[in-house]
Design a protein around this ligand. Structure first.
Ligand code: HEC
Length: 270
């Protein structure tokens, strides 16, 4: 009797031990599966990125994973080309090849000749509710920039560190429309239209709201950096790497931002 009881409880503990081991294995394999899903997801985004890139890519010296991921973020998520193209105006019209516009139920084909070359005009910042200056001056028209790389392979001529500052903090390193100086405000008072953003609070025309904003001309307007600022470092690096791999375009067709005649031009080294 005694020996049988010992045997039974021994069997019991082996069964229990087995169950614990099995549970443990199941747990860790579930965990591994979750991790693999993460890797698979990134891998499929990278492949998708290469599939949807609308232009040939210069992969020389590039990190393949970053370029693919960057293409995915630019072409499937960020809609950068929806704004940063000379084919973009009027506002929000994605630049497609004629006859290949999905909004007209045609098979979509992005126009590679104006891809990310800038020049989309968004009108004055007055349209987004920022205060107008003396005489109702709303500041210069806001125009999207050329994002293609120059002959040195730097997207819109900026370093990665600068690019991160642009995406995280909306800093305009080109100072295309700085905050108006006192002299410029006086100029506006006399009917001038200098390429600067008027400061508030602003003497408004009758019936116009005074937003009491204090605009900073060094901040990019319209560009969705407040949203993009939440991206991970790797995502921003991926976008930069992708933008380094697309073809250079020297945009001679668009009206450049006031006061910055060369802003859309690009030295492609040709
Ligand atoms: C809703 C329109 C819009 C979208 C979408 C958009 N941008 Fe912009 N972006 C702009 C405009 C307009 C400017 C210029 C703003 C100004 O002059 O104040 C700008 C400026 C920039 C600049 C500064 C360029 C320079 O020379 O300093 C960079 C870089 C940039 N955008 C990158 C991107 C990237 C990358 C994406 C996609 C992930 C993107 N933008 C999506 C409208 C947009």
């Amino acid at each position: 009797m005694e020996s049988r009881r010992i045997a039974k409880s021994a069997v019991g503990s082996i069964v229990t031990l087995g169950a614990i081991l099995l549970l443990g294995l199941a747990g860790s394999s579930l965990h591994m599966q979750a991790q693999n899903d993460g890797d698979d997801d990134e891998a499929s985004r990278i492949e998708k990125g290469f599939k949807i890139a609308p232009v040939p890519l210069n992969m020389a010296g590039k990190d393949r994973s970053l370029v693919g991921l960057g293409s995915y973020l630019v072409n499937a998520v960020g809609d950068c080309n929806g704004c940063h193209s000379s084919g973009a105006p009027p506002i929000g019209f994605y630049p497609f090849v004629t006859g290949k516009n999905p909004y007209f139920k045609q098979p979509a084909k992005v126009d590679p000749t104006v891809y990310l070359n800038g020049g989309g005009s968004f009108g004055t910042i007055g349209v987004v509710g920022t205060p107008t200056g003396p005489n109702g001056y709303a500041g210069p028209a806001i125009i999207s920039r050329n994002l293609t790389p120059d002959k040195n392979g730097r997207p819109e001529g900026h370093t990665l560190a600068e690019f991160k500052d642009i995406i995280r903090h909306g800093i305009d390193f080109d100072h295309v429309h700085p905050t108006c100086t006192a002299a410029q405000l006086a100029d506006i008072q006399n009917g001038g239209t200098p390429a600067c953003i008027p400061t508030g609070p602003i003497p408004t025309s009758p019936g116009q709201p005074d937003y009491q904003n204090d605009p900073d001309g060094n901040l990019l307007q319209i560009m969705p950096w407040p949203t993009f600022s939440h991206m991970t470092d790797r995502d921003i690096e991926a976008i930069y790497e992708y933008l380094s791999a697309i073809p250079c375009i020297d945009n001679t067709v668009s009206t450049p931002p006031a006061g910055a005649p060369n802003e859309l031009r690009n030295d492609c080294g040709k």
